[in-house]
Design a protein around this ligand. Structure first.
Ligand code: 6PG
Length: 232
């Protein structure tokens, strides 16, 4: 998908997910037989969210991607748009927001029928939390209802760990991606995935149910164990 985007537009903007699910995917992408398929000089890497810990911290989403993928491929340092998690939360969010708006305004298509409709990432990878969260948008968080900013800082003091402040994309920024792919694996996600895809009438809205990339595409990449409660 990134190769086709590079052929069509000269570059591909890829936002990576944190958490443990994507690690095997990143490791596979780093294998020479896969890595050679991409012109990494034309790939720009971002993150959907970040825990506010140093970039070399075991819980850092940057460190996960760096170790599993980015240190193994010839991507220019300037193409890695790390969230400055060492800054205070609001400064980290503001800096990332500025970087995103600068990057996507440069790549906006002036010939677009609606030049004011912003588009963000060519491909955005997300995981699914057992509580239905995506990125660091957790149930009942006011950040879920942010409709102007692309990036916000969120406190996070209840499970799932790590219980550290986060910086996260907002729903508008996520839904402005051309392609959103949600990676879901493991039996422990089966109940939540069923709730997201086949919600009970009275059930509260979960963050993952707010995924509506428009006009983009939403793809669920689900293993058998996570799909085990789905009707079809
Ligand atoms: C994070 C992730 C988060 C993650 C889900 C699923 O920073 O924690 O962005 O949204 O994708 O919590 O995590 P697992 O893949 O570890 O189950």
């Amino acid at each position: 998908m990134c190769s086709r985007t590079i052929q069509a537009h000269g570059q591909c903007s890829l936002a990576l997910s944190g958490g443990s699910t994507p690690r095997p995917t990143y490791t596979l992408l780093a294998q020479p037989s896969y890595a050679v398929r991409l012109d990494w000089s034309r790939v720009h890497v971002f993150w959907g969210d970040e825990r506010l810990v140093p970039p070399d911290h075991p819980e850092s989403n940057f460190r996960l991607a760096w170790e599993a993928l980015l240190c193994h491929v010839p991507i220019p340092a300037e193409n890695i748009h790390r969230i400055a998690a060492e800054l205070p939360p609001q400064q980290a969010a503001d800096r990332y927001e500025q970087e995103l708006r600068r990057f996507f305004s440069r790549s906006a298509d002036p010939q677009s029928p609606d030049p004011h409709r912003f588009q963000t990432f060519d491909l955005l990878l997300l995981g699914l939390g057992m509580d239905g969260h995506i990125a660091s948008l957790f149930p009942a968080s006011s950040a879920l209802y942010e409709r102007e900013r692309w990036v916000v800082a969120v406190e996070h003091s209840a499970p799932p760990p790590p219980l550290v402040p986060r910086v996260t994309l907002t729903i508008p920024a996520i839904n402005a991606a051309s392609h959103v792919a949600v990676l879901v694996a493991g039996e422990e996600k089966a109940d939540c995935l069923k709730q997201v895809l086949s919600p009970a009438e009275s059930a509260p809205l979960l963050p993952a149910q707010m995924l509506r990339p428009t006009p983009g595409v939403l793809t669920w990449l689900v293993d058998q164990a996570a799909a085990s409660r789905l009707d079809h």
